[in-house]
Design a protein around this ligand. Structure first.
Ligand code: F0G
Length: 369
């Protein structure tokens, strides 16, 4: 360790360590990669785990936010995509394909670009947030806008991957995606010293609750965790097939990222709920957008609407008297607010217009000497 001497005081400082992504981290041993696997990485992972003083004092619990929007393409999807695209590259894939409500497509397009592999994304027409589409455009993927739902897109992507030389990088049946997404649980346990009592997160296609739960199980069985949390998953009320126990033909919510009517990882999500003695419930769009505004306003985190579902769910459970105080809770904030500017601007905003004079600005702000 380098040593510096300032006056009589000896100062020791650790060299700044550089994070080089999940596959090049200590978590590599938990990932399905070999020394033959090319590492396709944008240095994803290692995201902030922030304590929310606001939510903690509101609930009497100890609440932490896992801010996944700081991943390279702005969502948790990068954790699985680095593994999936590295694997596709190892297998000589010339093209990858995915269906998406937006974030998976942005992530797939970025990692494919880095790997020099072609990428095709199938998205529901006019139904994904503009920032996500803008990412895909810039990364250079082939965009197919389907006149249908996300569920239609996924059905078609699976059909095409089964019959053509394109590798599917959706998390459904994709051990690489799921293995990468498990790392979020490892990071949380490493940061907090053990698993929390409850892990709350949004549920769309079901992959993330499945992977996060499996990460906690892996880390408890073979790693440093002494216990596992209860998994609390939340869906939007208009797109809550797992809550109703039946697919929803036309899912409807302004939280477009989780507008999914027939989750492909249905069994995994239900197992995560049941094995962890957790729950999967619905919250209204109004509750989602209240949480979306509050987490920005009080915690300084700009998360996209679907990301706020885990917060809305915790507050809903508390309101119903089903949240005992004193528990440690981690909430996944799955994506970055910058992806969906319409959601933010939809509220309108107030500003003050002035001339370009300091005196005018001071006057407008009622600043006196
Ligand atoms: N939060 C965000 C921001 C998402 O984009 C998604 C899923 C979820 C939560 C739910 O995760 O599907 O694993 O249950 N987005 C997918 C996509 C469907 O295509 O980007 P899940």
């Amino acid at each position: 360790m380098p040593i510096d001497v300032i006056g009589e005081t000896i100062v020791m400082f650790a060299p700044m360590t550089t994070w080089r992504g999940l596959i090049n981290s200590d978590y590599r041993r938990w990932l399905p990669v070999t020394h033959n696997t090319p590492v396709i990485s944008l240095h994803e992972g290692n995201t902030p785990l922030l304590r929310s003083d606001h939510l903690s004092s509101l609930t009497g619990c100890d609440i932490w936010l896992k801010v996944e929007g700081t991943n390279p393409t702005g969502s948790f999807k990068d954790r699985g995509m680095t593994v999936a695209v590295s694997n596709a590259a190892e297998n000589g894939a010339e093209a990858v394909i995915c269906a998406s409500t937006g974030n998976t497509s942005a992530s797939a397009a970025a990692y494919a670009a880095r790997a020099g592999i072609a990428c095709v994304v199938l998205v529901p027409e006019k139904a994904i947030a503009l920032g996500k589409l803008a990412q895909v455009v810039r990364y250079g993927a082939r965009i197919v806008e389907v006149a249908g739902t996300f569920d239609d897109c996924l059905r078609i992507a699976r059909d095409l991957a089964a019959h053509h030389r394109v590798a599917l990088v959706n998390s459904v049946d994709n051990q690489w995606r799921l293995a990468g997404q498990r790392t979020v649980a490892y990071e949380i346990v490493d940061a907090l010293g053990d698993a929390p009592d409850i892990h709350s997160l949004p549920v769309g296609n079901g992959g993330n609750i499945t992977a996060t739960w499996s990460g906690y199980q892996t880390y408890a069985a073979d790693g440093p965790a002494g216990r596992t949390p209860r998994m609390w998953g939340f869906q939007a009320a208009g797109a809550a097939p797992l809550v109703h126990g039946a697919p929803v033909a036309v899912p409807d919510t302004a939280a477009s990222a989780i507008r999914v009517g027939n989750p492909a990882t249905w069994e995994g999500a239900v197992s995560a709920r049941d094995e962890s003695r957790g729950l999967i419930r619905a919250v209204t769009d109004e509750q989602i957008f209240d949480a979306y505004r509050a987490v920005a306003r009080h915690d300084g985190v700009f998360a996209e609407p679907a990301s706020a579902v885990g917060i809305a769910g915790i507050l809903d459970q508390r309101r119903k008297g089903r949240l005992a105080p004193g528990q440690r809770i981690v909430i996944t904030l799955s994506g970055n607010g910058l992806k969906d500017l319409d959601a933010s601007m939809g509220d309108g905003y107030t500003s003050t217009r002035t001339s370009a004079s300091t005196a005018d600005v001071a006057h407008a702000l009622r600043l006196t000497d």
